[in-house]
Ligand binder design. Structure first.
Ligand code: MG
Length: 215
């Protein structure tokens, strides 16, 4: 079981994500108030609470890809602002990348993370260094791929991704934003962490923590 993660992990990840987003609702609202419109914490909390309810309707035979797809459609239909379509696309692309696989090994996790990141890039049209969630996702994808190359377990692959995402989120602080509302602030955005990068790091840490609990 330690060499792959199944739907039990995927469900546990979404449950843990909903929990951590509820715990960080005010912190994310505060970050988004500083350089955006302040809706990020509320949107993410509401979206993942809605996803939790829909997860309950999935049959016991559901695959990790089925879990990701339910999250995707829920976020796309219930979350306003930029975050819903971006995270919804990420989960949808991850779902397509893993297909009908019942269990995900390290390489499959990298495929899913890469597809998610590519979906966000396509949808948001942001590049690395624009002070967006991409600045958490791209280091996470790179670190996960390097971990797989080094023969890491799925849990260690996700740990590498989460560690890199946290560093990436922190590294958005000195940046000037080139996308979204924060870009209107010019140099006034300097010193503030991008809320989307922060929520991305929280989600990837949750993925790692439940993988550790499962193995
Ligand atoms: Mg916002």
């Amino acid at each position: 079981m330690g060499e792959s993660l199944g739907a039990d992990w995927a469900r546990a990840w979404i449950i843990a994500s909903a929990e951590v987003l509820a715990d960080n609702r005010v912190a994310l609202i505060t970050l988004d108030r500083e350089i955006g419109d302040g809706d990020h914490g509320e949107n993410m909390d509401r979206g993942f609470q809605a996803a939790l309810i829909r997860l309950d309707d999935l049959p016991d035979t559901a695959t990790p890809g089925d879990v990701f797809k339910v999250v995707a459609t829920t976020l796309i239909s219930t979350v306003g602002g930029a975050a819903g379509p971006l995270y919804g696309t990420a989960f949808l692309k991850a779902s397509l990348a893993v297909g009908a696989a019942e269990r995900l090994d390290g390489p499959a996790l990298v495929l899913a993370l890469t597809a998610a990141r590519d979906g966000i890039v396509l949808r948001g049209k942001a590049e690395s260094g624009d002070k967006t969630m991409i600045d958490a996702w791209t280091p996470a994808v790179d670190a996960a791929a390097a971990a797989v190359e080094a023969g890491a377990s799925p849990h260690d692959v996700l740990r590498a991704a989460a560690d890199a995402a946290e560093r990436g989120a922190e590294a958005t602080e000195p940046l000037v934003a080139r996308k979204g509302r924060a870009s209107y602030l010019g140099e006034r955005a300097i010193g503030h962490r991008d809320p989307g990068a922060q929520s991305s790091a929280l989600l990837l840490r949750a993925a790692e923590q439940v993988a550790g609990a499962a193995s």
